[in-house]
Each structure stands twice: as structure tokens, then as C-alpha cells.
Design a protein around this ligand. Structure first.
Ligand SMILES: *Cc1c(COP(=O)(O)O)cnc(C)c1O
Length: 387
């Protein structure tokens, strides 16, 4: 074992079952480990490195800002923060942005905005947030409460009260829970990522949006994993023809630097006032400069190529020997394999392809700009590993 693996095992908290690989550098969709072995990256640091590793344009934007001003605090105006907020609003129709540093924090901000809106509009008893079973919203105590998977909850009681979990794709269950509990908001992932890369049914999402509009319940869409081009639309909700009141985003937005954002729609544009929420690092100029570059490049041509590559993966893996089914949207794909997913992922790794798992599926989250020839090579390795 290399020193680094031994030191990590000794000194880093034991919260991650790491793959037995020490990554040292990369370029685009290629990665190299400490022994010089090359891998094709189909994980993107869990949907974070939107344009791959050490992407030239993103790196130029980040390093230029790094040489000017790396941090200023939110006591001052800075250019990248304002310009990124403007772009996010222009691209989505949302009205204002609160910046955080991670997905869980973005969800915390979304929940705080929803609770304040509902308390002011309808009364302090309208605090409940309805989320879905099998969802994932992050690891803070409140984001865990939102997460509809008991196994994340057990050891950390008591969690933040005021969350109930409805069955995914069961509109009657969700509606009953929302009305019984005087819901402030419904929060969904359009594609449940950690839950197994499972898209919600389009009709279910549409009916939730209608219910929310009728009852003045806020619709929060957690786009932490699905956002920023991942599903072939800028944000996944755009595939469903609905307009959320609040969107949380993170992962791919920063292109590899920690950045989260809460996009606030018309109803909640002025819900937050001075002192209601804050973050020391939120809106950091270096992270925002990188994100401006990322967002600017997620245009119609890129999104079309994401959908094209998605179609290729679906058709190459659907019905392949050892593949039971393929799920997902865009370049967020789950592959249900006959062999255990972890075994397939290990085989791929030995053969130079890095994939992830989500529940019982092999999960693929390649860079949005992965070159076709690398993708084809990687898919051949996956097919062989599934057999
Ligand atoms: C990853 C993820 C989160 C948590 O993001 P962190 O940056 O790890 O806090 C929240 N929601 C969804 C849907 C995610 O995929």
C-alpha cells in the first residue's frame, strides 16, 4: 500500500468506503493514478467536473480570478457573484439567488426560504416539507430529515422535525400528506440520483406542480445532481414542463470547486431579508468565476450532444448480455446488472474505466463533453464487465 493510502486510513475519518485507487491528475475525461495507470472517467467526481479535469477554459477563468481576489466576504460587492446570479436568473426565469457551498447547504437555504414564506403567508403551523421516499437531499441534520431513506436516519436522532415522505409516483399519497400536514413545500429530485438513477414519471411531476400552484404550496426542485446540463436540459425540471418556486443546485455548477445556489422564484424573490440567512464562503469569487464559464458553455449545442451521447449509451447497454435495464436521463444513467453492481464497477476499474454505483445499479456520470471515442471505449469495457 502506498504511503498516502495508509496515512489516509490512519488519519481521515472513516466515513467513505474508498475505491483502492489514488488519483493524482487528469485531463478532460482521462485520469491517472499514482502508479501511472490511465482511466476513462465516467464519474466526474460525482457529477461535479462538468467539463472534465483541468479543462483549459474553466481553469483560465478560475486562475484569472485567483490572481485578482480570492475572497472578499459577503460584506462587499464582487463581480463574479453578481454576474453568475444574473446568468442563473436569465437562464431559468428565477428572480434571485442565494449562494452556498454545497448541495446540502443549498437545500437548507431552500427549506429556510420555504418555511419563512409559508409562516408569513399562511401561519406558523405551515412548516412541513413533503419529500419523497428513496430521495437524497444531503447529510446535514435537516437535509437528512428531508432525505426519505431510513437507513441514513437511524444513528442521528432526533432529526429536524417537519418532514414527511410520500411514495414516489403516487400522487394521491403525496397530495394527502401535503394537505393533512399543511405543507409549506414539496421537494423533489426529478431523477432520484443516489436512490438509483430513477426518473420520476412526467405526469406525477406535472400533477405535483398543479397541486402546489392551486394550494400555494412551494415546489422545490433539488437539482444538485440533475442540474447544469446533466440530464440534457439546463435543469432537469425543464424536461418536465414545470416551473418550480425554488431550485437548489450545486455539484456541476462549480465545475470542480465547491459552490451551491438556491434559485428563488417570483413568490419567494423577497422572502429573505438582511440577516435571514448567510454564508461566509457563499458566492466566493473564484468559484463563481468558474461557474460563469461552466454555465456559459451549457448551450443548446452542448445539450443536444449530451442527449445524443445519452441515446448512444442507452442503445449500447439496453439488452446487452448481463444488463437487466437502463434508467436515467441525459448523462445521468443507472445500469441494473445481473452481477452485483460493485463487482461490475470493480471489473471496469481493473480495465481502466471508473464508474460509480447508486443502490443496486452501476451509475454513469461522464463529463458533459466526454469525447465520443472515449465514451465508446468505456461502454465496450462496461459491456464486457456485465457479461
Ligand atoms: C449530492 C446531493 C446532495 C448533497 O450535496 P453535497 O454537496 O454533498 O452536500 C443533495 N441532493 C442531491 C440530489 C444530491 O445528489
Amino acid at each position: 500500500m502506498s504511503d498516502i493510502k495508509a496515512i489516509d486510513k490512519e488519519y481521515v475519518a472513516n466515513t467513505y468506503a474508498r475505491f483502492p485507487v489514488q488519483l493524482v491528475r487528469g485531463k478532460g475525461s482521462l485520469l491517472w493514478d499514482d502508479e501511472g495507470k490511465e482511466y476513462i472517467d465516467l464519474g466526474s467526481g460525482i457529477a461535479v467536473n462538468a467539463f472534465g479535469i483541468a479543462d483549459d477554459e474553466w481553469r483560465a477563468a478560475v486562475t484569472a480570478q485567483l490572481g485578482e481576489l480570492q475572497h472578499a466576504s459577503n460584506l462587499y460587492y464582487t463581480g463574479p457573484c453578481a454576474l453568475l446570479a444574473e446568468q442563473l436568473c436569465l437562464r431559468t426565469g428565477m428572480k434571485k439567488v442565494f449562494f452556498a457551498n454545497s448541495g446540502a447547504e443549498a437545500n437548507e437555504g431552500a427549506i429556510k426560504a420555504a418555511r419563512k414564506y409559508a409562516a408569513e403567508k399562511k401561519g406558523a403551523d405551515h412548516f412541513t416539507i413533503v419529500t419523497l421516499r428513496n430521495s437524497f437531499h444531503g447529510r446535514t441534520i435537516t437535509a437528512l430529515a428531508a432525505t426519505g431513506q431510513d437507513h441514513y436516519h437511524k444513528l442521528f436522532q432526533p432529526l429536524t422535525p417537519g418532514f414527511v415522505h410520500a411514495e414516489a409516483n403516487n400522487f394521491d399519497d403525496l397530495k394527502a400528506l401535503a394537505l393533512e400536514n399543511k405543507a409549506a413545500a414539496v421537494m423533489i429530485e426529478c431523477v432520484q440520483g443516489e436512490g438509483g438513477v430513477l426518473p420520476l414519471e412526467a405526469d406525477f411531476v406535472r400533477r405535483i406542480a398543479e397541486l402546489c400552484a392551486q394550494e400555494d404550496i412551494l415546489l422545490i426542485v433539488d437539482e444538485v445532481q440533475t442540474g447544469n446540463g446533466r440530464t440534457g436540459a439546463l435543469y432537469a425540471y425543464m424536461n418536465f414542463g414545470v416551473m418550480p418556486d425554488i431550485v437548489s443546485t450545486a455539484k456541476g455548477l462549480g465545475g470542480g470547486l465547491p459552490l451551491g445556489a438556491v434559485l428563488l422564484g417570483e413568490k419567494v424573490r423577497d422572502t429573505f431579508g438582511p440577516g435571514d440567512h448567510g454564508s461566509t464562503f457563499g458566492g466566493n469569487p473564484v468559484c463563481c468565476a468558474g461557474a460563469l464559464n461552466v454555465l456559459g458553455r451549457i448551450d443548446d449545442a452542448l445539450l443536444a450532444s449530451v442527449r445524443e451521447k445519452s441515446d448512444y449509451i442507452f442503445s449500447a447497454l439496453t439488452g446487452a448480455p448481463g444488463v437487466e435495464s437502463v434508467s436515467g436521463m441525459g448523462l445521468m444513467i443507472g445500469v441494473k446488472t445481473v452481477k452485483p453492481a460493485a463487482e461490475v464497477v470493480a471489473r471496469c476499474r481493473e480495465n481502466g474505466v471508473l464508474c460509480l454505483t447508486a443502490k443496486d445499479r452501476v451509475r454513469l456520470l461522464p463529463a458533459l463533453n466526454i469525447p465520443t471515442e472515449l465514451l465508446e471505449k468505456a461502454v465496450a469495457v462496461i459491456r464486457a464487465a456485465c457479461e
